[in-house]
Design a protein. Structure first.
Ligand SMILES: [Zn+2]
Length: 85
C-alpha cells in the first residue's frame, strides 16, 4: 500500500512550432501522472510512469481501505472501553 493522491497533467514544451503551441488546435503533451503524498511530515511528489499506473492505483486503494478499517477498529475499541469503564 501507499499513501497519496494522483493527478493528471498536460504540459507545454519550449520547442518552437511544436503541436502543443499550435495557435488553432493546441495539443499539449501528456498525460503525465503525478503522485503527491506526505510521509512522516515530509511532502513528496513524483511522476508515475504509465506502465506502473495500475499498480500505483491499486496501492493507493489499499492504503485508503487500510485507513478506513483502522478508523473503524479504533471507533469500536473506544466504544468497548467506554462500555467497560
Ligand atoms: Zn511541445
Amino acid at each position: 500500500m501507499r499513501p497519496g493522491s494522483l493527478s493528471r497533467q498536460y504540459n507545454v514544451c519550449g520547442k518552437p512550432g511544436c503541436r502543443c503551441k499550435d495557435p488553432k488546435h493546441p495539443s499539449r503533451h501528456g498525460p503525465y501522472y503525478q503522485l503527491n503524498y506526505v510521509f512522516r511530515g515530509k511532502k513528496t511528489s513524483r511522476f508515475i510512469r504509465k506502465e506502473t499506473l495500475a499498480r500505483v492505483r491499486a496501492e493507493l486503494a489499499n492504503y485508503k481501505k487500510f485507513r478506513r478499517l483502522t478508523d473503524e477498529w479504533i471507533g469500536l475499541a473506544l466504544c468497548l472501553a467506554e462500555a467497560e469503564e
